[in-house]
Design a protein around this ligand. Structure first.
Ligand code: SAH
Length: 235
């Protein structure tokens, strides 16, 4: 008997055929196959009430596009129960970051509601206490790619998915820093060599070099992360 999956993602979508898609390949795909995590899709269209199976309607107040109906979305949400967290992917949500990914990977199950058209009727989000999460300040045509990104980020944190758990701790954002640059063979490529310290075999010097590089890159590229780090050091 295999152990039950440590983590389940239930995706509510009008395009269930998009899944597992990229999540069925490589790291996430192998973990899915071996039962570390489970993926369920809920076809929102199956909960439509009329003979045309419509899931959307024109916005009250006018304007372009269509809005997903609260009654249909509610029925789909109910079908996804039980879950620990219910999330609607939307550009108006809390920005996804590694801290939120860690949180979501640490509960047994999450439901992800993928919007299409202009989005979802606000009332069902309020009434069912659906959290709102954004991937960033840009607009996708649907929530499905966002759900895939969120799931991918969670799955790689599940126990046993990445062989060496050490490699997780060093990564960008885990320590409030971007990662240091990486190099591999050949030692000289296109006339470029590898920083000498990394070839020295001197573990303490290598650690110091990487720390300094991570700090410099964070300072240059992400002043927001750097400011937060300086702030945290003060308290
Ligand atoms: N009218 C909405 C955008 C709708 S885009 C607005 O201006 O806020 C259609 C769907 O794509 C959304 O319902 C959402 O589920 C998804 N989506 C678009 N951009 C996203 C983003 N940055 N993060 C997460 N989901 C997004």
């Amino acid at each position: 008997m295999n152990a039950p999956p440590a983590w389940t993602a239930k995706v509510l979508t009008i395009f269930p055929e998009m899944f597992p898609g990229p999540l069925g390949v490589s790291l996430a795909g192998r973990a899915l196959e071996s039962g570390v995590w489970a993926l369920e899709t809920v076809d929102i269209r199956a909960f439509a009430r009329d003979k045309h199976a419509s899931v959307d309607d024109a916005p009250f107040g006018g304007g372009p596009g269509m809005v997903m109906r609260p009654d249909v979305v509610d029925a789909a949400l109910a079908a996804a129960e039980p879950v620990v967290r219910r999330i609607y992917l939307t550009p108006r949500g809390r920005r996804l970051d590694q801290a939120l990914v860690r949180e979501l990977a640490s509960v047994p199950s999450i439901a992800l509601l993928c919007g299409r058209f202009e989005g979802v009727d606000e009332r069902v989000l309020e009434a069912r206490a659906v959290e709102q999460v954004s991937l960033g300040d840009f607009v996708l045509s649907g929530g499905e790619p966002a759900a895939m990104v969120l799931i991918d980020a969670c799955v790689r944190l599940l126990p046993g998915v990445i062989g060496k758990q050490d490699s997780l701790a060093e990564e960008s954002f885990e320590r409030g820093l971007l990662e240091y640059p990486q190099y591999t063979r050949p030692e000289t490529w296109d006339g470029r060599t590898v920083p000498e310290t990394l070839l020295s075999g001197h573990h303490e010097k290598i650690r110091a070099w990487r720390q300094a590089a991570a700090e410099r890159i964070t300072r240059e590229r992400r002043p927001d992360l750097w400011a937060r780090r300086l702030d945290a050091a003060k308290h």
